[in-house]
Ligand binder design. Structure first.
Ligand code: NAI
Ligand code: ENO
Length: 366
């Protein structure tokens, strides 16, 4: 039997959840967004089956409602849901990067007999919009659930069943613990990444060479500074107390290094870096999913006309489609680099084989 799902916020995460649900369930998915373009794109890409900008129309028949807007908007949406007629037994969940304020707001829904189960898939990308959505985005990632005590256990199982196509690993946390941990491993690093970029931006005003030299490590550590600013503003405001505390500790950490350096304390500096390396090297890795995982292949291309159509021609002849193509470097003195995005690991492997047979140098960076 076809069941109805409503995803509110048809962006990267809402779109990815919708795709993962479609993979495993006979579901008719309605997308709701304030941005018509995202909805139209969602329909065109087959992420949703129906679009509407009218919240009440979107949710009226829904067996599952997924709130996938920025966190402050999620609070407002819960306020709106409170006054709308919803199907009996419907499950409402969200995907927001913060949980305490959202769960507080959602308590109003439990008074109405609606099961609200807070959620946070702890993976994603600096990209946004439904065009970047992928059904496998959360594969092997942790998916935090913060159910209210009033929610029946079978509703949590039902939600996990709805979300099984994410192939994520579910873990239950209290909203407070979630926000503390997410602050440390996600929100503070975002602040640090943006600050590092700002520092370079200020220097660039006097010496524009700096951004051209910024490569390797700088790009790695600052990738997340390219994320959606609205989303991150909202996350910071939501988790303000935790992040302020973490900034204080971070300043102390930097001061420790400052002191070691002022004192030319070779031994302590070495120990500091060694301890950090040992801890970092020991972090569990996630085989698939989040960070690069859009099946990108990089191809060195000589700087001459027609080379791009040659590359796409080779893939076309082999019947391999790509979802994106981008020239990421073209300079007179070196070869350019083309970034091709494939639909799957298998397509990328096959495409790579064909291109290498045609003597193109290719590499993968994930
Ligand atoms: N980007 C990431 O990697 C991750 C994001 N999240 C959380 O997921 C949520 C969505 O983030 P993304 O999908 O990345 O953002 P996005 O910018 O790709 O999509 C958000 C969508 O919500 C829509 N929207 C805004 N206000 C709305 C409203 N009042 N009603 C309906 N739609 C509305 C926007 O038009 C946009 O299409 C955020 O709460 C974020 O904290 C969670 C995990 C990872
Ligand atoms: O791009 C990345 O590496 C991310 O870390 C994406 C991300 C952003 C927000 C979240 O709440 C979870 C994951």
């Amino acid at each position: 039997m076809t069941r109805n799902v409503c995803v509110i916020g048809m962006g990267l995460i809402g779109g990815s959840i919708a795709l993962s649900i479609k993979k495993e369930h006979d579901a008719f998915i309605t997308g709701v967004d304030i941005d018509q373009n995202q909805l139209k794109l969602g329909l065109k890409l087959g992420v949703i089956d129906r679009m509407t900008e009218d919240l009440s129309e979107g949710v009226e028949d829904a067996d599952l409602i997924v709130l996938a807007a920025p966190v402050t908007k999620t609070e407002q949406l819960i306020d709106q849901l409170k006054d709308l007629p919803l199907k009996e037994g419907t499950i409402v969940t969200d995907v927001g990067s913060t949980k305490t304020r959202i769960l507080k707001k959602a308590a109003q829904l439990s008074h109405k007999g609606i099961s609200f189960i807070g959620g946070h898939p702890m993976a994603g990308s600096h990209k946004s919009g439904v065009q970047a959505a992928r059904s496998h985005l959360f594969e092997n990632a942790f998916y935090v659930l913060t159910p209210d005590k009033s929610v029946e256990a079978n509703k949590i199982i039902q939600l996990q069943n709805w979300l099984k196509g994410t192939k994520a690993r579910f873990i239950e946390l209290s909203p407070g613990q979630h926000d503390k941990l997410a602050g440390l491993i996600s929100h503070l690093p975002h602040v640090v990444a943006a600050s590092l970029v700002q520092q370079v931006r200020h220097v660039e005003k006097e010496d524009e060479l700096v951004s051209r030299l910024a490569a390797g490590g700088f790009r790695d550590i600052t990738r997340i500074a390219s994320s959606n600013p609205v989303m991150w503003r909202d996350i910071l405001l939501h988790n303000k107390d935790t992040i302020l505390e973490l900034i204080k500790h971070f300043k102390e950490e930097v001061t420790r290094m400052e002191t070691m350096l002022e004192e030319d304390d070779e031994e302590k500096i070495l120990q500091y870096f060694s301890d950090a390396k040992a801890f970092r090297d020991g972090l569990p890795s996630r085989e698939k999913g989040a960070l690069p995982a859009f099946y990108d292949l990089f191809v060195d291309i000589p700087d001459h006309p027609g080379v791009i159509s040659d590359v796409t021609g080779i893939l076309g002849q082999a019947g391999i489609s790509i979802t994106n193509i981008r020239i990421i470097e073209t300079r007179a003195d070196i070869m350019g680099v083309l970034r091709l995005t494939f639909r799957s690991h298998e397509d990328r492997e096959e495409g790579r084989r064909h291109l290498e047979n045609s003597l193109y140098e290719t590499y993968i960076m994930d």
